[in-house]
Ligand binder design. Structure first.
Ligand SMILES: C[S@@+](CC[C@H](N)C(=O)[O-])C[C@H]1O[C@@H](n2cnc3c(N)ncnc32)[C@H](O)[C@@H]1O
Length: 251
């Protein structure tokens, strides 16, 4: 399991520039509410939808990530909070006691699952939580097996509200046989005097190609599976697209 707890306090700052929110707003307009975010983390996506008045639900297994989300909820107006339900649970097995028009699995969370059985369980849970005619949207990166390995990449440097400079670096190595990527994320937290603390997390991502994801969605019972290649919902191109965004219907 990934220890998101170590990076939870910095997660929103580091990922505030991910350009997926407009896409989820578009999907919400098109497919309607309520909307369920599976592996919702700090609520980075679902709260943006809640702010527009949509009824949203979120499930995640990491209590530290959910604590950040709960703190954000405390600051929201009561009528908005009323339309938000969160639950600490595993994405392979949960019950929200509600059915949704749209279930979303954003930002590569699906690649945390390591076996076909786990992926099937997660998609089955999504299937069971959407109404007939409802949709599921899964967003993961499009694996590039020629990507240079072992490079340390600088992803962001931000200053937080306390004046701490937060920098995020990452490095990874791909095992093509296992279709797994061993990832290290380093978050450096530097105070005004230049003293630095580092939070490090190590986790594995288990990648799939679009054809694998298509088969999983079909085997779960989803129909009309469409693939897009980025957050502007441009057509998917196996060789060039940065993302695999699958949108499928429960008929
Ligand atoms: C990359 S974050 C994405 C969070 C959020 N969806 C977003 O887009 O910002 C991945 C999330 O998946 C959650 N996660 C990983 N494995 C999980 C599991 N088996 N069940 C539920 N949540 C899980 C982590 O706790 C983390 O919050």
């Amino acid at each position: 399991m990934t220890d998101y707890g170590k990076i939870a306090p910095y997660y929103d700052l580091v990922y505030e520039d991910v350009h997926d929110i407009a896409m989820y707003k578009r999907l919400a307009r098109e497919f309607g509410e309520p909307i369920l975010e599976i592996a919702c983390g700090t609520g980075r996506v679902m709260l943006e939808l809640a702010k527009l008045g949509y009824e949203v639900g979120g499930v995640d297994n990491n209590n530290d990530m959910l604590d950040i989300l709960r703190k954000k909820l405390e600051k929201m107006p009561a009528d908005m909070k009323h339309h938000i339900k969160i639950k600490q649970a595993d994405m392979r097995n949960f019950n929200m006691e509600r059915r949704y028009r749209l279930a979303i699995i954003p930002f590569t969370s699906f690649f945390h699952l390591s076996s076909t059985k786990d992926r099937e369980s997660c998609l089955r849970a999504a299937f069971e939580h959407v109404i007939n005619g409802g949709r599921v949207a899964v967003d993961v990166f499009n694996p590039d097996e020629n990507r240079e390995q072992g490079i340390v990449r600088h992803e962001a440097t931000k200053t937080d509200k306390n004046g701490m400079v937060i920098s995020k670096f990452s490095t990874s190595r791909m095992n093509k046989t296992a279709k797994a990527i061993n990832c290290y994320h380093f978050i450096d937290i530097t105070d005004k005097t230049g003293n630095m603390d580092r939070a490090t997390i190590n986790f594995k991502l288990h990648y799939l190609f679009s054809k694998d994801l298509k088969k999983l969605l079909e085997d779960t019972g989803f129909k009309d599976i469409k693939f897009y290649g980025n957050y502007d919902l441009s057509p998917f191109d196996e060789r060039k697209s940065p993302r695999i965004i699958a949108i499928a219907t429960k008929e």
